[in-house]
Design a protein around this ligand. Structure first.
Ligand SMILES: O=C(O)c1ccccc1NCC(=O)[C@H](O)[C@H](O)COP(=O)(O)O
Length: 225
């Protein structure tokens, strides 16, 4: 199991450092850029319409290239149960990320820790989401754009996130080097998640943007001590 979200590290643990997931990794080279810069986790998108999508064979190749202690997150959007089972049998996934409308029972059936992504639509009842997905390792809060399941590059009003949370929060949506320190200072999330903000183009990560993002996170973590 990777170290990104051990089930025992629920909200309130002594761990204060905001961790980093870099999502939408499509090559071993980009995975190496993320890891060398200090990312805790990489996200692999198994959603074909995304420009960041990978298939099982690509995911296997990327995972073979990884050093130890890197958490592999598999991102799904309303995938069929059979595909998730096949994915888990062929790729060394540490954490599932359900980014669609998956009910809690669907998410839990695989016996694998999972993140439930919640897109912050205007009328959202966040407490109801916390209750429904109480078995999740963490809740990933992402921006909402109608018809776009994720990877929007847009942020949302972080003031909508309550200070008291029953689950660790992974903050996503439009993060980049220029705003991630403010996000950490305001929200104090368990982790941050970024995709577009560290890219040269959709699906191709930019080493300089990754380095700048990680430096900003490191500075914010130091300031929080
Ligand atoms: O990244 C995608 O293309 C994507 C497509 C469909 C569903 C989810 C997707 N990404 C999920 C993530 O966890 C992203 O990192 C998150 O939405 C933040 O993306 P960004 O605003 O570009 O940093």
């Amino acid at each position: 199991m990777g170290v990104f979200l051990e089930p025992s590290l629920k909200q309130g643990s002594s761990v204060q450092r905001t961790r980093v997931k870099i999502c939408g990794i499509t090559s071993a080279a980009d995975a190496q850029l993320a890891i060398n810069a200090g990312a805790d986790a990489i996200g692999l998108v198994f959603y074909a319409p995304s420009p960041r999508a990978v298939d099982i064979a690509q995911a296997q190749q990327i995972c073979r290239s990884l050093p130890p202690f890197v958490t592999v997150v598999a991102l799904l959007v309303n995938a069929e149960q059979a595909f998730v089972s096949e994915l888990l049998s062929k790729v060394p996934v540490d954490l599932l990320q359900f980014h669609g409308d998956e009910p809690a029972a669907f998410c839990q059936q695989f016996g694998k820790p999972y993140l439930k992504a919640i897109r912050m639509r205007p009328e959202l009842d966040l407490n109801a989401c916390f209750n429904e997905y109480a078995a999740a390792s963490a809740i990933l809060l992402d921006a909402y754009r109608k018809g776009v399941p994720g990877g929007t590059g847009e942020s949302f009003d972080w003031a909508r996130i309550p200070a008291n949370r029953p689950l660790p929060i992974v903050l996503a949506g439009g993060l980049e080097a220029d705003n991630v320190a403010a996000a950490i200072a305001q929200v104090a999330p368990y982790a941050v998640d970024v995709s577009g903000g560290v890219e040269a183009s959709p699906g191709r990560k930019d080493g300089l943007k990754i380095a700048a993002f990680m430096q900003a996170v490191t500075a914010a973590n130091s300031a929080a001590k």
